[in-house]
Design a binder for this molecule. Structure first.
Ligand SMILES: [Ca+2]
Ligand SMILES: [Ca+2]
Length: 455
């Protein structure tokens, strides 16, 4: 009999231990739920370095019920957006892992899937306000338990970005930081600041736009607004509806991939403050002297390091281009070309850098460049890769009008300057280089050795 009681106690004890290790997970719904509609429930899932992969649902009222929730540490909220299919976001585990790799903090996933999963978008917009009220009450509770507003960072994706704005406004902008990842446009474009995210909602608001012509927001909303590839369409995303659902969401979702890339430091994307994307592509905004010694702002998680220079400027728009897949960062060079054709030539150029085993390419075709005899044309070239020890450059020239007679571009001198490391220069000196039209192009390096070589 004694053995029986002992065995039962052991069994109950192990059940208790098992319960203590149970993980709480993001609400899983499907299209059926979205069609019939869901009513709002806000679940807060806590992840820390001690429970990296095992979420713990927090009580909204009794914060000490979860000892893992340490209010002396910074807290990062992750707020998702509209979930038309009800499925959990596929980037969730990745962002939790990356944030906790960056710092010892509380990561709070705000699961408002019951609310966000509804085919009626207008209803979801209403729920976004209710979610914000819910979070506001929770953060007040955090304050009462000793947390400081400055130590709070809210990352909002799409519709979630405006939720973070509504919460921030309730605290008169005293929350430390809001990051908006392609903030939602529909139902928010054109709205006054109180009805959307704006720079007064937090001490520092940083935003990235990737789909401003469809699901994203067009105008600047933060202290710094990054417009990736101009902010409307992303390289590698389908151009026609024949590609299925990717056609609708690829541009919008790219913002998350870019942000994750900044978190895990795959490569630093340098952005250039400018009034327009065209001016940026024209190379008119490459000077970041105002941000010395940090240089041009780096997109993403680390932009907080530019906070002290950006906040006094109130609103800054910054541009960059990316590759179509990870690693997304490109490498910028100044290309200075002097030609000696009698008549001014107009056209597009493609430059290739070779290092023996690899080749990287930059095409400057957003508009035709003009090459006038003996005067220097400066272009911005953005290469897919940052090649080391480049020993050959080739250049291809394409005429604007393919129906006009072919002509050569007679290059007297070409100089490439790496924007990040200005000591890295390459030059093709005085030689009768002929970069011909596309049909008859030949490598510059055949007649113009580069000196000195890149290092
Ligand atoms: Ca606002
Ligand atoms: Ca788009």
């Amino acid at each position: 009999m004694m053995i029986f009681w002992w065995f039962l106690a052991l069994l109950l004890g192990s059940v208790e231990i098992y319960r203590a290790h149970e993980c709480d997970v993001f609400t899983y719904l499907d299209l059926y739920h979205a069609i019939i509609g869901t009513s709002l429930y806000v679940k807060l899932l806590l992840y820390t370095r001690a429970n990296l992969t095992c979420g713990q649902e927090l009580s909204h009222h009794n914060l000490s019920a979860q000892p893992q929730f340490n209010l002396t540490k910074p807290t990062t909220f992750v707020v998702h957006g509209y979930r038309p299919t009800g499925a959990p976001p596929n980037w969730l585990n990745n962002i939790i892992e990356q944030l906790l790799a960056r710092g010892d903090m509380n990561v709070l996933v705000v699961d408002w899937n019951r609310g966000a999963a509804n085919i009626n978008y207008l209803k979801v917009v209403t729920y976004s306000r209710d979610t914000a009220d819910n979070l506001t009450a929770f953060i007040r509770n955090m304050q009462e338990n000793g947390a400081s507003l400055s130590s709070i960072h809210m990352i909002g994706l799409s519709l979630g970005a405006h939720i973070t704005g509504f919460v921030g406004a309730k605290f008169n902008g005293k929350i430390g930081r809001i990051t908006a990842v392609d903030p939602a446009g529909p139902q928010f474009n054109g709205k006054p600041p109180e009805d959307r995210l704006d720079p007064t909602d937090a001490q520092f608001v940083d935003v990235v736009h990737t789909d401003m012509d469809a699901f994203g927001f067009r105008k600047p909303l933060g202290h710094i607004d990054f417009y990736a590839n101009g902010g409307a369409d992303q390289p590698g995303c389908p151009l026609t509806i024949l590609s299925g659902s990717g056609y609708f969401k690829c541009d919008h979702q790219r913002s998350v991939l870019l942000y994750l890339g900044s978190l895990n430091r795959t490569c630093n994307i340098r952005a250039f403050p400018c009034t327009s994307y065209t001016d940026f592509l024209d190379g008119l905004c490459m000077d970041c002297d105002q941000f010395k010694p940090a240089g041009c702002p780096v997109f993403g998680y680390d932009i907080i390091e530019w906070k002290d220079s950006l906040v006094p400027l109130q609103q800054t728009k910054a541009f960059f281009t990316t590759n179509k897949q990870t690693p997304y960062c490109k490498t910028s060079y100044w290309v200075d070309i002097v030609t000696w054709n009698h008549d001014t030539r107009w056209g597009y150029i493609t430059i290739k850098l070779h290092n023996g085993s690899e080749v990287t390419e930059a095409t400057i075709n957003h508009k035709a460049s003009s090459f006038k005899k003996y005067s220097e044309t400066r272009l911005l070239a953005q290469f897919e890769k940052d090649l080391q020890k480049v020993h050959k450059i080739s250049i291809k020239f394409s005429r604007v009008n393919a129906f006009k007679p072919k002509y050569k571009l007679r290059v007297l001198r070409i100089r490439l300057t790496h924007l990040e490391r200005k000591d890295r220069k390459a030059r093709a000196g005085r030689s009768h280089v002929k970069a011909r039209d596309k049909a008859a192009g030949r490598p510059l390096s055949q007649t113009a050795p580069i000196r000195p070589p890149f290092t």
